[in-house]
Write a protein that binds this ligand. Structure first.
Ligand code: ADP
Length: 835
């Protein structure tokens, strides 16, 4: 079959019906479809679909007649779709959950001969239908968001489906394929027809929207061997349910930019599973390009090369081929390019244009910007227009804008994606607008916030000035987070909602969160704080303060203790972070966003922060104190330790002491620090007269506060506290008492640090150095007398104090996470060897 494939001729001469009949003839007793306890063999499915096809013929279904299918995902759905095609008709999936107005629109546009919302209970056997369809006849219509204000129906032919399913890339692993994507999206084309036209089994997932847990269970219980997951879903599965993929041979993902880290995780967990990045618009029958990932995963997962029946061109605006490496727009040609948009000749002519490189053929203008990399694979770079993808849904903001402008009282509207949300800005009356939209549009097209504005701001060249549009949730002056965990929660809320900041008393739902976003929020909380939260908890208390309470993260006393449990859960060895000179380890909370969710994170903080204890008399004393805390959490090595600034001196001393006790430290992470050394006389004087304004400035930066525009000369103690309290960070709640304790600790640490002498420790060292420290750039070699192991060095574009701020962490975080990962695997392997 593959041999005749290259020309595309043999395939385009056959129908879906013929290919299905071949599957039946090959193995009538094989299971064609399974759903829970129900199973149909190929013979049974053929028989049932024949019967229904006859029935449809009796109701007037002829070639090109459309049949709307409003059934939930089920065995009946599979029977219905197959029957429509066998009767020669065209199936049009319509989501039974769509609002009535949307359903009416789709039915009016598709003008179906029959609407199937239940299967007829016929016992009679009508005439067997003719084996239906023509290779170039339409087989289905799927609607996508339309920039003209209404959705457009993409007409796909038998030949298109056949070409997709017979691509050699499905030759492996497609014995049991999961049907779980909404039937109204074209991923279901792959899920349904690849197994049925190749003799595999369709595993029907339970109907309705599945959460990832159910999905994982279905995959494992039914022994699914191949499935499709949109990029977002894939990341969640990779992070939380990788174990459920043990039996999967091929995992197709895409529909949006695929995370390399998620691919890496899945491949590490299951070396025998092939991850394939699948790319393609609905207009080219699910996949136009694919990239099976082999070897190392780089920073970008390419979309790869054309499906065998297709050709891909990267063109400039004059339709000339651009050289490799140069960005151009992707045009797609070959079998699989749909017939066009139903009853929309103008729109069809605009996107389906003549192929200048193959006379007589057409190509589809994708609107996607791509480039060919050094290996010849294509990389996706973004869109040439305003179309967006949100959680896998393709959205034309213009469609939503058109509906908004049709609303009485609204004169102008702009819709755009912010974070994971769709936000509408309107001039006019906003009362009741969201409700009105929800009556007309499917969920994913309803903006989660409708923000009134005086006028739509424009840039000098007349485009909408996105930056000048207000944040949908402007700060309400709500309370700031009180602990590092609340701070982490606020960041997760803001990230998921696409807003700058969130107070701890603001409700997730008031800020535009909806149930789909809620799932994502829960999954991010699990990743960042390592705690499992039922979605119900969010409905009960939808604020940061409320959730922190449920998670028992609200004990402020604990946040001044020596052991600061930033993420006390996870299966891998914890990372212990020793405080910088100021004694607080709260800034390390920002690492949570970057480290793998199964790595527990602890801070070690100076004694005396709560004000009623004496600070340590020497580094050795400090080490004994921290050692007890550390071993209570992790009794034996290998340990992973980290220290920033003064913290590095202590972390090294801790590793040295552990070595004396016969325990190994696998990795010591030093963040911009030098080993302790004796202070010259003049430095001692300098410490005594420490310029407090400099210390305050450094502390502000260390506490994640942007210090641009702060006047150092005027930075008094009062001003320092005022700035802290005005910021939306956990440090805002730091009162006079804690600030003074931190100052005392800082001076003490500088003094005792100078008296410490390092020995030599057998460990690997990972050192990050800040490049923006003026003349004071640290040379990693200063550590080599004290390290017996590898020294790995990374530079970070940052100042010393700003190293825990988001900009710097974007550089430092992934490198640290990767090193922890490789030390972990290394350790597992070396244990095996020692066995
Ligand atoms: P699908 O159901 O395959 O996602 P849609 O028609 O809904 O198809 O969306 C197609 C658009 O989605 C493409 O034009 C492109 O912008 C984006 N897209 C699809 N697959 C990928 C991918 N693997 N990587 C990046 N973007 C993708």
């Amino acid at each position: 079959m593959a041999a005749s494939f290259a020309s595309g001729f043999a395939l385009s001469a056959r129908t879906v019906t013929e290919f299905f009949a071949a599957s039946v003839a090959r193995n009538p007793a094989a299971v064609a479809v399974v759903s829970g306890e129900t199973e149909l063999t190929y013979a049974e499915l053929a028989e049932r679909s024949d019967r229904l096809a006859g029935h449809l013929r009796q109701h007037g279904v002829r070639p090109e007649s459309r049949v709307a299918v409003l059934l939930p995902r089920s065995v009946d759905y599979v029977v219905a779709v197959l029957a429509v095609v066998k009767a020669g008709g065209v199936y049009v999936p319509v989501d039974p959950e769509y609002p009535p107005e949307r359903r009416r629109y789709l039915l009016a546009d598709a003008r179906p001969v029959v609407v199937l919302d239940a299967l007829p209970a016929t016992e009679d056997r009508p005439e067997p239908p003719p084996a239906g369809g023509h290779p170039l006849g339409a087989a289905y219509i799927m609607y996508t968001s339309g920039s003209t204000g209404t959705p457009k129906g993409v007409e796909v032919t038998h030949a298109d489906i056949v070409a997709l399913t017979q691509d050699p890339c499905f030759a492996q692993g497609h014995e049991r394929v999961l049907l779980h994507s909404p039937q109204v999206f074209d991923a279901s084309t792959y899920e349904l027809w690849v197994p049925l036209l190749r003799g595999g089994t369709v595993v029907v997932a339970p109907p309705g929207r599945l959460d990832t847990e159910r999905l994982a269970r279905t995959v494992a219980e039914h022994g699914v061997t191949a499935l499709w997951l949109t990029a977002g879903l894939f990341s969640v599965m990779a992070e939380h349910h990788a174990e459920a993929l043990a039996g999967v041979r091929q995992l197709w993902t895409g529909g949006d930019v695929v995370s390399p880290q998620a691919v890496r995780r899945v491949r590490e967990a299951h070396p025998d599973l092939t991850v394939v990045n699948g790319y393609g618009p609905t207009e080219t029958t699910t996949f136009a390009a694919r990239h099976p990932v082999t070897g190392d995963v780089g920073a970008v997962v390419p979309i790869g090369a054309a499906m065998d029946a297709m050709r891909l061109y990267v063109l400039d605006e004059r339709l000339r081929l651009v050289p490799p490496g140069v960005t151009g727009e992707l045009y797609i040609a070959g079998t699989g390019v749909a017939r066009g948009y139903l009853d929309q000749p103008a729109l069809t002519a605009e996107r389906f244009v003549a192929d200048p490189y193959m006379p007589g053929e057409r190509m589809y203008r994708s609107g996607d910007l791509v480039r060919r990399n050094a290996d010849g694979a294509l990389e996706f770079l973004g869109r040439a227009d305003d179309q967006v993808k949100l959680r896998g849904f393709r959205i034309e903001p213009a469609e939503v804008e058109a509906v908004l402008r049709g609303h009485p009282g609204i004169t102008q509207a702009v819709v755009l994606a912010r974070g994971d949300r769709l936000v509408a800005y309107v001039v006019g009356e906003t009362e009741g607008v969201r409700e009105a939209l929800a009556q007309r549009l499917p969920d994913y097209l309803v903006p989660s916030a409708v923000v009134p504005v005086e006028a739509i701001p424009l840039t000098a060249n007349g485009k909408v000035d996105r930056a000048a549009l207000p944040d949908p949730a402007a700060p309400t002056g709500g309370r700031a987070p009180r602990t590092p965990q609340e701070e982490a929660l606020c960041e997760v809320f803001a990230e998921v909602l696409g807003v700058h900041r969130v107070g701890i008393d603001e409700s997730f739902f008031d800020l535009g969160g909806h149930s789909l976003l809620a799932t994502r929020l829960i999954s991010r909380i699990r990743a960042v704080l390592g705690v499992e939260l039922p979605i119900r908890a969010l409905f009960q208390s939808p604020t940061v303060a409320g959730l922190a309470g449920q998670l028992q993260l609200d004990v402020q006393e604990d946040t001044l203790g020596v052991l600061l449990p930033l993420r006390p859960h996870g299966t891998r060895p914890p990372l212990f972070c020793v405080h910088p000179a100021g004694g607080l380890s709260w800034p390390y909370g920002a690492l949570l966003q970057h480290l793998d969710p199964d790595v527990p994170l602890y801070g070690l903080q100076a004694r005396g922060l709560a004000g009623d204890e004496e600070p340590a008399a020497s580094v050795a004393d400090m080490v004994e104190d921290y050692l007890a805390q550390l071993r209570a959490v992790q009794p034996h090595g290998p340990y992973h330790l980290l220290g920033w600034s003064f913290g590095a001196v202590v972390a090294h001393a801790l590793a040295e002491r552990l070595q004396e006790l016969g325990e190994r430290t696998d990795l010591l992470v030093v963040i911009d620090a030098v080993p302790a050394k004796p202070l010259p006389e003049e430095a001692r004087e300098q410490i005594a007269a420490l310029e407090m304004s400099k210390v305050y400035l450094g502390m502000l930066e260390a506490f994640h506060i942007d210090t641009d525009g702060i006047d150092e000369a005027g930075l008094t103690h009062e001003e320092f506290l005022r700035i802290l309290s005005a910021e939306n960070t956990a440090f805002a709640t730091m009162d006079e008492r804690i600030a003074e304790a931190a100052m005392r600790i800082l001076q003490n640490n500088v003094a005792i640090g100078a008296l410490h002498r390092h020995g030599r420790v057998a460990t690997d060292l990972l050192i990050f150095t800040a490049t923006d420290n003026g003349e004071y750039v640290i040379d990693p070699e200063v550590w080599s007398p004290y390290i017996e192991g590898r020294i790995l060095h990374h530079r970070v574009t940052s100042s010393h104090h700003a190293l825990m701020q988001p900009e710097s962490l974007r550089q430092l975080g992934p490198a640290l996470a990767a090193e922890l990962r490789s030390h972990h695997t290394h350790h597992i392997h070396s244990t095996h060897r020692e066995d």
